[in-house]
Write a protein that binds this ligand. Structure first.
Ligand code: CA
Length: 329
């Protein structure tokens, strides 16, 4: 009996040493702000996320015609603003309105709404903030950083930023180096080293390697992924990965039990943190509850952070978890 206990102790010690990242408190990352409650990527959605115990707040970044880094999820303006009724003649041949065709001053005049499905004109998430109510505007990267750094000063907290460089290859086709502009803005606001409270994310494998190897950026880089990739290769330049939750919980078996991949374990083995996207309590996989997903991610496979549309729910789960399992560092 004693021998068995010692063996168990030894195994748990080895396990503990080999996954140091998993021992730290996982991060609550507000995806596009508290976008379950207010229109995504507006400053009110970011302020609400700040007050919901987010550790980091996300910014998706595209460029305007006058090279202002703009916080918006898509290179298009028409799914979240009234651009089509305000500037009907400014659409491209494909019928879409592109942020890069408008100046920042023009974009500032647009009203922001909940994300709509362009085909139906209806809200993508019908239970969220009503369409065409109140008034919201888009913001620049600088404006949003000033909001978060301002709140850090006034509250005494230290909440980080989590920008994503959107579609760098497409921007290059438009004659723009979005990465250079984003890195310059980040540096102006004091984000330059691995110790700074920031993760920089991108889906483009070549661009993230360029950021590390050619631009010698010292920030912690997160490689976003949506399909298979070589974990060891990514570990050579990135701090972590951002996979879809579907790459971790891949489905359910005939008994209705979740099927869990070995992706998190493989990434941890290579020293990569894992921050999956996106926890949505109002859009859950069939047969799964919000609690079950969080339990699998935080307790079974032990991810290091989560992108959450509901930073209140993920934050509350993490609070309870930290009471169960005191932080070790
Ligand atoms: Ca994003």
């Amino acid at each position: 009996m004693k021998k068995l206990c010692l063996t168990v102790l030894a195994i748990s010690l080895i396990g503990g040493l080999s996954s140091i990242s998993a021992m730290e408190k996982p991060l609550n990352i507000a995806h596009r702000g508290a976008c379950a409650y207010l229109p995504e990527h507006t400053l009110p959605a970011k302020a609400l996320a700040y007050n919901m115990d987010a550790d980091y707040i996300e910014q998706d970044v595209v460029l305007t015609a006058d090279d202002v880094p703009l916080i918006i999820h898509d290179i298009h303006l028409d799914t979240v603003t009234d651009v089509a009724s305000r500037f009907p003649e400014r659409k491209r041949a494909d019928g879409r309105y592109y942020a890069v065709d408008f100046t920042f001053a023009e974009i500032k005049t647009l009203k922001v709404n909940e994300r709509i499905d362009l085909e139906t004109g209806k809200a993508v998430f019908p239970g969220r903030f009503p369409l065409a109510k109140s008034e919201f505007r888009l913001a620049s990267l600088g404006e949003e950083i000033e909001l978060i750094q301002g709140l850090n000063k006034s509250t005494g907290r230290d909440i980080g930023i989590y920008p994503e460089i959107k579609e760098p290859a497409w921007h290059r086709e438009q004659g723009k180096d979005i990465t250079a502009i984003v890195l310059k803005t980040l540096a102006e606001y004091g984000y330059q080293t691995a110790a700074d409270k920031i993760f920089l994310q991108c889906f483009d494998f070549a661009e993230l390697q360029r950021i590390k190897n050619e631009l010698h950026c010292e920030l912690k880089l997160i490689q976003l992924v949506e399909e298979d990739f070589v974990v060891e290769k990514v570990a050579s330049y990135a701090f972590g990965i951002g996979p879809s939750i579907r790459q971790i919980i891949t489905g359910t078996d005939p008994e209705g039990q979740p099927i869990i991949s070995d992706l998190v374990a493989r990434a941890h083995k290579c020293g990569l943190q894992v921050h999956p996207y996106t926890f949505r309590a109002d859009s859950l996989p069939p047969g799964m509850s919000a609690d079950k997903i969080l339990q699998i991610l935080f307790e079974e496979v032990q991810i290091d952070g989560i992108f959450s549309d509901f930073p209140d729910i993920s934050g509350q789960y993490l609070k309870i978890l930290s009471l169960k399992k005191p932080e070790k560092n």
